[in-house]
Design a protein around this ligand. Structure first.
Ligand code: 6PG
Length: 238
């Protein structure tokens, strides 16, 4: 892993503007270098304006493959769907071939079957050792990322690329840290003062990965932490 790049912006709009600049650049670089950009999207509220900004750009959409870092176990038209949010904010407004938008399946009776099916798709589309060009991540105030929640089994899964997360008994489909750590560029977008305690733990030397799962994200490629001032105050005092 290269050293983490930490940037703190005055507010969330400035954080989003920087993330738009970086994502646009990394998309163009990936397409120029190997003809395709595989990007995994985050859920939550922070990335939504980024997606809205991407919808206004003219990028090589035909060369993009869209994935998700995690998904709630609901249909895409459910208000909680991460895929539904990204489609409404961005993907339904640009010419990415529908066959290149790989929504995590949530129709299997057993979430485990959904995770297994999506892992097979990842390998079919990206190869046996899937490497994302870009992974966008958020972080919850409990230090979770993707659907790797504190003290859950999903945090420790290392022999699979996709597994079943668990949020208070609610199943989620999630990439594992293993596959995210194979990525070329991972960007955390974190806003809000409520994230300070978890950020302090993530950047500390001795906190527990199982308690703060965002610590498990140590990619082989670039790692960016884009923070607003409210969240970033935690890092300044380290
Ligand atoms: C989700 C995301 C989740 C989110 C964080 C931060 O499915 O909601 O996977 O990890 O990124 O909770 O959310 P905010 O961006 O809204 O702070």
């Amino acid at each position: 892993m290269t050293t983490a790049q930490i940037e703190i912006y005055p507010d969330r709009p400035a954080l989003v503007a920087r993330s738009l600049e970086l994502v646009q650049d990394r998309i163009q670089t990936a397409v120029a270098e190997h003809g395709r950009c595989a990007i995994a999207l985050a859920g939550g509220s922070t990335p939504k304006p980024l997606y809205e900004g991407l919808a206004k750009l003219d990028l090589p959409w035909a060369n993009l493959h869209i994935f998700w870092g995690d998904e709630r176990y609901v249909p895409v038209d459910h208000p909680d769907s991460n895929a539904g949010m990204a489609k409404a904010a961005w993907l339904d407004h640009v010419a990415i071939p529908p066959t290149q938008i790989h929504i995590m399946p949530t129709h299997f009776e057993q979430p485990e079957a959904a995770a297994s099916a999506h892992e097979t798709l990842l390998k079919d589309v990206l190869g046996y050792q899937p490497t994302f060009d870009i992974v966008l991540l958020g972080m919850g105030d409990d230090g979770h990322t993707l659907s790797l929640f504190p003290h859950t089994e999903a945090v420790t899964v290392s022999d699979r690329l996709v597994t079943v997360g668990n949020k208070d008994g609610e199943p989620r489909i999630t990439l594992t840290a293993t596959v995210v750590n194979q990525s070329r560029c991972v960007m955390f977008l974190v806003s809000g003062s409520n994230k300070q305690p978890a950020l302090k733990a993530v950047f500390s030397d001795d906190a527990d990965d199982l308690e703060f799962p965002s610590r498990t994200i140590r990619p082989e490629g670039e790692l960016w932490w884009l923070l607003d001032a409210a969240a970033g105050a935690a890092v300044k005092t380290l």
